[in-house]
Design a protein around this ligand. Structure first.
Ligand code: HEC
Ligand code: HEC
Length: 287
């Protein structure tokens, strides 16, 4: 499990980032794609498969993000701008009509395909640097989210909505690293949560996301997890999750590369916990 392993091995030296180099202005296509992705993810928590509303708050947030996306889409240019705006209208309509989250997911995929390469999630280019992530968190997030991410920063009490406890397992259960990265990039319109795409490079944003992900587990829990993975999972998945365990060759279907950054950032704790608990019927993955 690459990110987790990196997290365990990284040396927690507290460095200081004196002056953060300002990131280049975010590409409009990337910004719109990030906002739409967050909107569709919120929508998935707002409405069930039959279109029934299960959370008015998440539904409202999805709508707010789409208003934000429309504004950002005005800055798109070139041949893809027209088709992208039309698809964005279809997405907004599908939300109004409460289509199934699966319908929204497929509309979002089409939208991202129209926008092309610039719209793809930017993965970390360098090795994750937890020490830098920690420094950025203390400088740019802790006044609101709290020094250990409990939502109790010095400015939090006066805030509405309150900064969530992003350092706790409970709050982060359903939030993938990719979603965190996108929210950290674009912010949440109409709330004190600003976007950091203009001030932190993508690698700096990944470092702070990775650091926040360390806050919800203790060192003991990580070591226990590493031990269990070696004993129970590595025979198929390989010690670093590359799908190259000794048993893997005898499987009819190879396990996915769950150790890669690309795989991990798209999966939440909840998703991983579910497959570990229940396995995948009809496959070699046991419950
Ligand atoms: C000025 C206060 C403030 C600062 C600084 C701030 N946040 Fe936030 N953040 C908030 C608030 C308030 C919300 C909740 C907004 C809402 O409920 O819609 C939030 C929400 C979030 C969320 C969404 C969590 C969820 O439940 O979906 C993430 C992730 C996040 N912040 C990460 C960060 C990171 C990382 C930093 C620093 C790089 C940061 N924030 C800095 C106030 C802040
Ligand atoms: C006997 C071999 C085997 C063992 C042991 C095993 N897995 Fe798997 N695992 C698989 C296979 C095969 C798949 C792919 C299933 C498929 O999609 O057809 C898989 C898939 C997964 C997935 C991806 C599920 C998804 O959403 O695509 C996760 C996460 C996972 N395994 C975690 C674990 C963990 C954690 C353990 C140990 C507690 C473990 N596995 C043990 C064979 C194994």
């Amino acid at each position: 499990m690459r990110i987790r392993t990196i997290l365990c091995r990284a040396i927690l030296v507290v460095g200081t980032v004196a002056a953060l180099p300002a990131a280049a202005q975010e590409h409009p296509a990337r910004r719109v794609a990030n906002i739409v992705s967050v909107a569709v993810e919120e929508y998935g928590k707002a409405v069930d498969a039959t279109g029934r509303l299960v959370s008015t708050q998440e539904y409202q947030e999805a709508n707010d993000f789409l208003i934000d996306a429309k504004r950002a889409a005005e800055r798109l240019s070139g041949a893809t701008a027209g088709p992208a705006r039309l698809l964005l209208d279809s997405i907004a309509r599908a939300v109004t009509l409460r289509r199934s989250p699966a319908t929204l997911d497929s509309l979002e995929r089409r939208f991202a395909n129209v926008l092309g390469n610039e719209a793809r999630l930017e993965l970390p280019r360098r090795q994750i640097d937890l020490a830098e992530g920690r420094t950025i968190f203390q400088q740019s997030c802790a006044t609101c989210h709290g020094v250990t991410g409990r939502g109790d920063g010095s400015a939090a009490a006066r805030m509405n909505p309150r900064p969530p406890a992003i350092g706790t397992a409970d709050h982060m259960r359903g939030i993938t690293p990719a979603l965190m990265f996108r929210i950290t990039s674009i912010g949440i319109a109409g709330t004190p949560m600003a976007g950091f795409a203009g001030t932190l490079t993508p690698d700096q944003r990944w470092n702070v996301v990775a650091y926040v992900n360390t806050l919800r587990t203790t060192r003991e829990q990580q070591l226990e997890g590493e031990g269990l993975f070696t004993q129970r999972c590595a025979s198929c998945h390989g010690v670093s999750g590359a799908g190259d365990g000794t048993l893997a060759r005898s499987l009819t279907k190879l396990p996915p590369e769950i150790g890669t950054v690309a795989w991990q950032v798209e999966h939440s704790d909840e998703q991983v916990a579910l497959v570990v608990r229940e396995g995948m019927p009809g496959t070699a993955l046991p419950a």
